[in-house]
Structure formats: structure tokens, C-alpha cells
Design a protein around this ligand. Structure first.
Ligand code: HAS
Length: 560
């Protein structure tokens, strides 16, 4: 059994350059599950676009909504949560030091609880007992094991997140008065965000959906369940985004040979996400009756505030790139651009993600604008939006990270050839997603609904306009599937066959002479109080209203 003191000495002597192998195993376990989800979820995605093109019918033992549930749950919930927990474990170990045995054990218990939950939920989807999509909206009713499985995934994530926080707190105790390592700080912010937002979905599942699905209560308050879901659901998208931002702020500057532009700006951006990510969920419910227009307006305004830390991030990234490019001799307005390391997949994939996030973010701002939301809500435009944000900006950053992180953790190397294959993934993804997501946006504007299988809607003229875009989605989706096959091959290669060696875990330093981070930015209590205050302000009255005025609830439906 390693004592805390020994652990710290070992870490300090290695300068925290490498993630300890034991911590690495935990991180890898999470990352491998994430990539199994990529393969299976991506296959489901291919089936969907083919069905929606009208050219293909699913075999009789599968139905469209079952496949759509597999796709959404595996990619939206499993890939993300498992990759994040693995990456964050490695990030904390790398920057705060090796976990103690106790911390690592808690991390592993979390992994197994989450994995058991995942298997249980997946079994329900595969046996067609839970074709309720990844948002599991009531009154669609799934088997109770599906809800409990998801609850287990969340409890598992709480445990592993707690281990990460404990390691950070230990670092703080041992380094009193110093500003904390940026990457670990960011992990802790993301975990706090996760704890607070998952309370909403935990209440929805345990208090409403589980008793209802067991038949202990006959009806469910649909509006309340959706409001609790979106209390969680929008913060969820920032829980996905922040690890990508960790890579953009901390890893990318090192890869390009630069420095962190401003540690204070990065810490402020993360604290702004902490206070603003939750009290905006009602922007997913603009079209729902039963929520007063005033509260929709207030949460729309808060949504515009939560755009600010992303704009700060865009500014910081541009500054990082330009400073480094000029240092390397780039001249003129855009000369610095040519100096960036375009052949390095560790840079290229996240960079393509950043570029995609510009239209993806702009689409989000359109969605958040109440009147424009009336046009796009429940159309496939929204699907186009989240394929640019989560499925490109975030996913490509995760992929580009996994390709160096896996060999770092298992003592292998990202070879030249593997790096070229990884670059191919980036290019295929950019092409496939541009075709698929653009046609989703356009079809959405023409009124094509989301969450729907192929239909000609009784020969309607309007529906006929969508078909060519659906065919384009199938072409884009097929290119993405080819990329997923390459990704799967690469992950297997990097996990088991790549040559042994040392692969760096790049962590950039702060620019010399940078001002010390103000202590207030490290004050979790202060930001935590502001966070809770804003949430109470934004949600108390709408929830009391919903409880007081909701009609009698709904019985469960199984439409599949
Ligand atoms: Fe969203 C729906 C609003 C961001 C994901 N969103 C969704 C859904 C998902 C999702 C999954 O207001 C569907 C949920 C469902 O199933 O129903 N979203 C926003 C807003 C933002 C936003 C305002 N969304 C995201 C992110 C996601 C995500 C991030 C996943 C990771 N979204 C909405 C709304 C809806 C919605 C409504 C409901 C729609 C409806 O009616 O149902 C903002 O956070 C976006 C801010 C982003 C920016 C971009 C900054 C750009 C950066 C890159 C810089 C580039 C560089 C490279 C440096 C302002 C940081 C430059 C190099 C060059 C060469 C140019």
C-alpha cells in the first residue's frame, strides 16, 4: 500500500511528466469503453441515415427508434461520460500527481458502477424495452432497468469525479498559497458542474420515472419531468464541451510550441461556465406551454451570457495561434496561420473542431433567440447544430486527444503512420460532417422534422423537398462511418500493437512574467454560492408554477 507521502514524492521526482501506470489503467478502462461506444453508436448512425434516405429498410428485428436510441445513448451519453472520466483522471494525475490507493480505489468503484449501469441500460435498449431516445422524455415509458442503469452510470461518475477532486484538494493542501495547476482546476470545475446538474435528472429518474415505470404511480407530470431533464440537459452539453476546452487551453499551446495565453482568462471562463450552465435549460422548452413567457425570456438572456466564456475562448485561441505563428516568423495579417503544425494530428483534429464550432456556436445563438427557435425547434436543423458542436468540435478534440493519450498511458508511441491515419480521420470527418450537417440545417429550415423515420407524409409536396437533403445526409453519414472504421482500427493499433516507447502528455506553461491568478478566481466557495443563487433565481418560480398548475399527469406510452 503506497502512503500519501510516498506517492507525492514519487510524483514530484518525476515532475508529474508521466501519468502513473496505475492511474493510467483506470483512465484507459474508461477510454476503451468510450471507443466501443463510438463504433457501435456510429454503426447505428449509419443505419439511420440510410433509412432516412428512403433507400434502405431495417430488418424486421430492429426498429428505427430503437436504433436512434442506441445512437443517442452510446454517443451522447456513453462516449462522452466515459471519455471525460478517463481523460480527467489522466489530467489530474498528470498535473496534481499520482492518486493515492484510496483515491484510485474510489475511481475504480465508480468505473464498475457506471459500467454495470451501462450494460443494464444497453440490454433494455437491445431487447426493445427502452426505445425512448437519449432524452427519455415521458410519457414514453421505458423498462425500469433502463432508468436504473442510467442512474448507476451517474452514481459511478460521481465516485470517479470525487476521486479526482480528492487528489486536487490534496495538492492544494500540500502547496498552500500557490495557484493551482490549470488542468486540474478545470477538471474540478467540470466535476462541480456535473454534480449540481445531475441532481435534476437524478430527481426526475428516482422520484418520477422509476415509481411510474414500476406501476407504483399511474401518471407522471410530463412538464415537470422535462424541466428537470433540461435543468440537467443543457449543463450536460457544457460538461461535454469543457474537456475539449481543457485541451484547447492547455494542451494545444504546448503542441504548437507556444504558451498559455492567459491563465486568469482561462480560469475565469471556466468559473463563468460553472455559474451559467445550469440556469438556461428552459431554452430547450421555449415552445412548451405551461412555462411563463417571463421565465423563458430570463433564461434566454442567461443563455446569451453563457456564450461569453466561449467568445473568450475563441479570443484566447486566436491569440495563442497568432503569437506563436509570429514568433516563428509569420508576416502580414494571416502569415502566422501558415506556421501552425498542420501535419500533427494532435493539433489538426482539435483545430478542425474549433473551426466547426464557429457555425455550431452561431447556430446555438439562433436557437436561443426565441422567435427564431419557433422556426427551427423540433426540426432537423437542431440535429445539424449538435452534430457541429458535440459531434465535431467536441468529438474531434476527444479523438485527436485519444490518439496520443492512449499510447502515453500504455507506454507506446503514436507513430508517423498512425499520425497520418489520424489526419485522414480529421479530413474525412470534416468532409462527411460538412455534407451531413449542412443538409440537416437546410432541410430543417424547409421544415423537415427531427426524431423521425423516413416518410413521404402521404405524398406531401413539402416533404418531397426534403428527400434530396436526406440523400445528402446519407452520403455524409457514410463518409463519417468510414472515418469511424479508421478510428476503431487506430484505437486497436494504439492499444495493442503500436511500438513501445514514450509519448508525451503535452501541458503548456504560462507565459513568463504573467500576472499571478487573482485568489478570487480560485475561490470555489464564492463561485459555488453565486451558482446556487442564480439557479434558485432562474428555477424556483417556474418549478413552483409547474407543480401548482400542471394538469393531471400522463399514463405511460410504448409506441414501438
Ligand atoms: Fe446547443 C440544442 C443553444 C452550444 C449541444 N444543443 C442542442 C442540442 C444539443 C446541443 C445536443 O437555445 C439538442 C438537444 C435535444 O436533443 O433536444 N447551444 C446553444 C448555445 C450554445 C450551444 C447558445 N450546444 C452547444 C454545445 C453543445 C450543444 C457546445 C454540445 C457540446 N442548443 C441551443 C438551444 C437548443 C440547443 C437553444 C435548443 C434547440 C431546440 O429548439 O430544441 C453556445 O454555447 C454556443 C457558443 C459558441 C460560440 C462559438 C465560439 C467559437 C470557438 C471556436 C474558435 C475557433 C478558432 C479557430 C480559434 C460562440 C470557441 C479559428 C480558425 C479559423 C481559421 C477560423
Amino acid at each position: 500500500m503506497t502512503t500519501t507521502k510516498e506517492t507525492v514524492q514519487k510524483s514530484v521526482s518525476s515532475g508529474f511528466k508521466n501519468v502513473d501506470r496505475k492511474d493510467g489503467k483506470l483512465a484507459l478502462a474508461y477510454i476503451y469503453v468510450a471507443f466501443i461506444a463510438v463504433f457501435l453508436g456510429g454503426t447505428a448512425g449509419l443505419l439511420q441515415v440510410l433509412v432516412r434516405s428512403g433507400a434502405y429498410e431495417l430488418p424486421s428485428f430492429l426498429n428505427y427508434y430503437q436504433v436512434l436510441t442506441v445512437h443517442g445513448v452510446l454517443l451522447g451519453l456513453v462516449l462522452t461520460t466515459f471519455f471525460i472520466l478517463g481523460f480527467q483522471t489522466a489530467a489530474v494525475s498528470r498535473t496534481s500527481g499520482t492518486f493515492t490507493d484510496k483515491q484510485r480505489t474510489i475511481g475504480w468503484i465508480g468505473f464498475w458502477v457506471a459500467t454495470i449501469g451501462l450494460v443494464a441500460a444497453a440490454a433494455m435498449i437491445l431487447t426493445n424495452e427502452a426505445s425512448v431516445l437519449y432524452t427519455f422524455y415521458a410519457p414514453l415509458q421505458a423498462h425500469v432497468v433502463f432508468y436504473l442503469g442510467l442512474a448507476f452510470v451517474i452514481v459511478g461518475s460521481w465516485l470517479t469525479g470525487a476521486a479526482q477532486i480528492m487528489r486536487f484538494v490534496q495538492w492544494k493542501k500540500e502547496n498552500k498559497g500557490q495557484s493551482s495547476p490549470l488542468l486540474s482546476f478545470m477538471v474540478v470545475v467540470n466535476n462541480f458542474l456535473w454534480y449540481v446538474c445531475t441532481l435534476g435528472v437524478a430527481i426526475e429518474v428516482l422520484v418520477q420515472l422509476v415509481p411510474w415505470s414500476l406501476g407504483l404511480v399511474e401518471r407522471v407530470d410530463v412538464l415537470l419531468s422535462r424541466t428537470l431533464f433540461w435543468y440537467f440537459g443543457h449543463a450536460l452539453v457544457y460538461f461535454w464541451l469543457l474537456p475539449a476546452y481543457m485541451v484547447w487551453y492547455v494542451v494545444i499551446p504546448k503542441i504548437i510550441g507556444g504558451k498559455i495565453f492567459s491563465e486568469s482568462l482561462a480560469k475565469l471562463a471556466f468559473m463563468l461556465f460553472l455559474i451559467l450552465s445550469v440556469p438556461v435549460g428552459i431554452h430547450h422548452q421555449f415552445m412548451e406551454p405551461g412555462i411563463d413567457a417571463l421565465w423563458k425570456f430570463i433564461q434566454a438572456c442567461l443563455t446569451f451570457f453563457v456564450v461569453v466564456p466561449s467568445l473568450m475562448t475563441a479570443f484566447s485561441m486566436f491569440a495563442t495561434f497568432e503569437l506563436r505563428g509570429r514568433e516563428l516568423g509569420g508576416k502580414g495579417v494571416f502569415g502566422w496561420f501558415k506556421k501552425l503544425p498542420w501535419n500533427d494530428s494532435r493539433f489538426l483534429l482539435p483545430f478542425i473542431g474549433m473551426v466547426a464550432f464557429i457555425p455550431g456556436g452561431a447556430g446555438g445563438i439562433i436557437n436561443a433567440s426565441y422567435q427564431m427557435n419557433e422556426l427551427v425547434h423540433n426540426t432537423i436543423w437542431v440535429t445539424g447544430h449538435f452534430h457541429l458542436t458535440i459531434a465535431t468540435a467536441v468529438a474531434l478534440t476527444y479523438f485527436g486527444t485519444a490518439f496520443w493519450l492512449i499510447p502515453h498511458l500504455n507506454g507506446r508511441k503514436l507513430t508517423k503512420r498512425a499520425n497520418s491515419m489520424a489526419n485522414c480521420v480529421g479530413i474525412l470527418w470534416a468532409i462527411g460532417m460538412t455534407i451531413m450537417s449542412s443538409s440537416m440545417h437546410i432541410a430543417g429550415l424547409l421544415g423537415a422534422p427531427r426524431r423521425s423515420a423516413y416518410s413521404e407524409y402521404g405524398g406531401s409536396e413539402q416533404a418531397a423537398e426534403w428527400i434530396s437533403y436526406q440523400v445528402a445526409q446519407a452520403i455524409g453519414g457514410s463518409i463519417l462511418f468510414i472515418a469511424i472504421l479508421v478510428i476503431t482500427g487506430l484505437i486497436i493499433y494504439l492499444a495493442f500493437f503500436a511500438p513501445k516507447g514514450e509519448q508525451d502528455f503535452p501541458v503548456a506553461e504560462v507565459a513568463p512574467g504573467a500576472a499571478k491568478v487573482p485568489a478570487s478566481l480560485e475561490n470555489f466557495k464564492l463561485w459555488g454560492v453565486i451558482m446556487i443563487a442564480v439557479i434558485i433565481f432562474a428555477y424556483t418560480i417556474p418549478i413552483i408554477d409547474i407543480i401548482n398548475t400542471s394538469p393531471v399527469g400522463s399514463k405511460g406510452f410504448k409506441l414501438w
